[in-house]
Write a protein that binds this ligand. Structure first.
Ligand code: CTP
Length: 218
C-alpha cells in the first residue's frame, strides 16, 4: 500500500509568558487552521496539527499536538517536518517574547513598567529553509493594509511555494470570524481569489489550489 500523503499544519495563537499567569499573545481563534486540518483529513491524508492554545476540539482523524510558545511550536514541528509532503503555517505566532520569564507572579509597583522583548523564532522561515524537492510549503499573510504587497514579500523572503493572504482589518472576515476572504498566490505568480465564504469552504478552496492532484481521497 502506498504511504499516505502527509500534511503538517500549525494553527492558533502562541503565548509568551511573562510570569506563571501573564503572557503576550493575540486574538487568533485557530478556526482557519482547524478548518484546513479537517479538510486535509477529509481527503484521506495523514494530518498532524500543531496547535497553540484554542478552545476548538480536535478535528476527526487529525493528530493534534498542543503547544504554548513559539519555541514549543517549532520543537513539535521539527520531528514531523522531514516526513511531511505539505506544510501549511497558519498559526499567528507571537513575534516577541520577554527576555526572561519570572518563576513567580510579578507584583505591581504602582509605577510604569517597561518590558524588554526579543524576537521569537520564525517557525515557517526555519522549516522552509529545510524544504526537500518533494515538499510544498505554504504560509499565511494576515495583514491590515497593503495585503498583496506584504504577501508577495513574505512569499519571496521566506522561500515559500504558496502564500495565502487575508485582510484582518475587516471584522466580518477577521481573526475570530467564521468567514474568510483570501487570495492564494504561488511562487510562479498565479493569483486566485475566494470568498467571503465559510472558513470550511475557504479551506477546501486553498487545498484545491495548492494540492490539486490530490483533491480526491487517497
Ligand atoms: N510565522 C511563523 N513563525 C513566526 C512568525 C510567523 O511560522 N515567528 C508564519 C505564520 O504562521 C504565517 C507567516 O509566517 O504563515 C507570516 O506570518 P505573519 O505574522 O503574517 O508575518 P511575520 O513574518 O510575523 O511578519 P509581520 O508580523 O512583520 O507581518
Amino acid at each position: 500500500m502506498p504511504r499516505p500523503f502527509r500534511c503538517l499544519l500549525t494553527a492558533g495563537p502562541t503565548r509568551e509568558h511573562l510570569d506563571p499567569v501573564r503572557f503576550l499573545s493575540n486574538g487568533s481563534s485557530g478556526k482557519m487552521g482547524y478548518a484546513l486540518a479537517a479538510a486535509a483529513a477529509a481527503r484521506g491524508w495523514h494530518v498532524d496539527l500543531v496547535s497553540g492554545p484554542v478552545v476548538l476540539a480536535a478535528p476527526e482523524g487529525v493528530s493534534v499536538h498542543r503547544v504554548v510558545s513559539a519555541a514549543d511550536m517549532l520543537a513539535a514541528c521539527e520531528p514531523l517536518f522531514p516526513s511531511c509532503d505539505l506544510f501549511i503555517a497558519v498559526a499567528a505566532v507571537a513575534d516577541y517574547r520577554p527576555t526572561s520569564i519570572s518563576a513567580q507572579k510579578e507584583k505591581k509597583t504602582g509605577g510604569p513598567l517597561t518590558l524588554e522583548l526579543v524576537p521569537t523564532v520564525d517557525i515557517l522561515r526555519t522549516l522552509a529553509a529545510r524544504k526537500q524537492p518533494h515538499q510544498t510549503v505554504v504560509g499565511f499573510a494576515a495583514e491590515t493594509h497593503d495585503v498583496e504587497a506584504y504577501a508577495r514579500l513574505k512569499l519571496a523572503s521566506k522561500k515559500l511555494d504558496w502564500i495565502v493572504g487575508n485582510d484582518v482589518s475587516r471584522p466580518e472576515v477577521g481573526m475570530n470570524a467564521d468567514d474568510n476572504a483570501v487570495f492564494v498566490l504561488s511562487a510562479a505568480g498565479e493569483l486566485q481569489k475566494f470568498g467571503p465564504a465559510k472558513k470550511t469552504e475557504v479551506a477546501r478552496f486553498i487545498l484545491d489550489q495548492i494540492a490539486p492532484v490530490r483533491a480526491g481521497p487517497a
